[in-house]
Design a protein. Structure first.
Length: 306
């Protein structure tokens, strides 16, 4: 153990980094002020003449990432109490008592006069050495915002993608969040409904026009309901004649699909899955079996009699 510690220390020593200030922060902020108070102040960043050429076109950036040294902080703590009273790891906080005492803050660039930049939103104290300054890449936030708006308009987008990619294991894991456990029944429901929805989506139909008639019961129903999105809450779910071991996904005119589970599918499963699997393992392994031995899918032209 000591040997390991020695090696890590040696490694840290070999990779020791020496930082040189490229400039300094000027503002009216002292260590007694709270960070949110400091952020409201306008700060001036004075870049040293040797780095002046590095400021070319900086005015085109609305936001900058500023890396500075917490020059008045000498302590290092690996856990810290944040203002809510919770204890967090230093890397999960913005505390200055960090191993390298470096602060990173995104600031708004208000203006530039030669080598002096006026910025807003900085939480560095007066006199802080600036270590680096860079164009702020906001694309990750923009992507997150786009992704969020797509999810608001089409909350089932990720599911549809998994359905079209036949990613049944991912779908099974997601459905288990609703069902509460992974089991062969849930997997059977997922497999059958995935086949139907692949056909429905490839024909560019709107899944919201369809109703699920489940002539079955128990675990598979949750799998089918999850994949089709036909739930009791959407009023697109009917359950009847559970002994038939089949389900329909039909539009208002009665057209759609019927999935019938094979009577002997249990024997086929027992014969083709290794013995001694837990229900969850069996559910996952089931996804790799031949769907045609488990159920049939047929296209339906009219509503079946109830
Ligand atoms: Zn189950």
């Amino acid at each position: 153990m000591n040997f390991l510690i020695f090696n890590f220390n040696l490694l840290a020593y070999l990779f020791m980094i020496v930082l040189e200030p490229i400039g300094f922060v000027h503002n009216a902020c002292t260590s007694s002020q709270a960070p949110e108070q400091i952020k409201k102040e306008v700060s001036e960043i004075e870049i040293l003449p040797a780095y002046a050429d590095g400021l070319q076109d900086i005015e085109q950036s609305e936001y900058l990432d500023l890396i500075f040294s917490f020059h008045q902080e000498k302590r290092t703590e690996l856990t810290t109490q944040i203002r809510t009273g919770e204890t967090k790891g230093i890397f999960a906080s913005r505390s200055p008592r960090r191993p390298n005492h470096l602060g990173v803050t995104t600031v708004k660039l208000l203006g530039r006069e030669g080598t002096k930049l006026q910025v807003e939103g900085l939480d560095a104290l007066n006199g802080s050495p600036v270590v680096d300054l860079k164009y702020c890449d906001t694309s990750v936030f923009e992507q997150a915002a786009i992704h969020r708006s797509i999810r608001i308009d089409s909350p089932r987008m990720d599911l549809v993608r998994h359905i079209m990619q036949n990613n049944t294991e991912e779908l099974l894991l997601k459905a288990a969040e609703l069902h509460g456990h992974i089991c062969p029944g849930l997997a059977l429901g997922i497999m059958g409904a995935t086949r139907v929805m692949q056909q429905l989506y490839s024909q560019e139909k709107d899944s919201r026009d369809y109703t699920l008639i489940a002539e079955m019961q128990n675990c598979p129903v949750d799998g089918v309901l999850f994949i089709t999105g036909c739930t009791p809450g959407t009023k697109r779910f009917i359950q009847r004649n559970p002994e038939n071991m089949c389900f329909y996904v039909l539009d208002k005119t009665g057209k759609g699909w019927k999935v019938s589970y094979k009577e002997n599918n249990r024997e086929y499963m027992n014969h083709n899955l290794p013995a001694g699997l837990s229900p969850a393992e069996k559910g996952i392994a089931l996804l790799t079996l031949d769907p045609e031995q488990l159920f049939s899918v047929e296209e339906i032209q009219e509503t079946p009699a109830s």
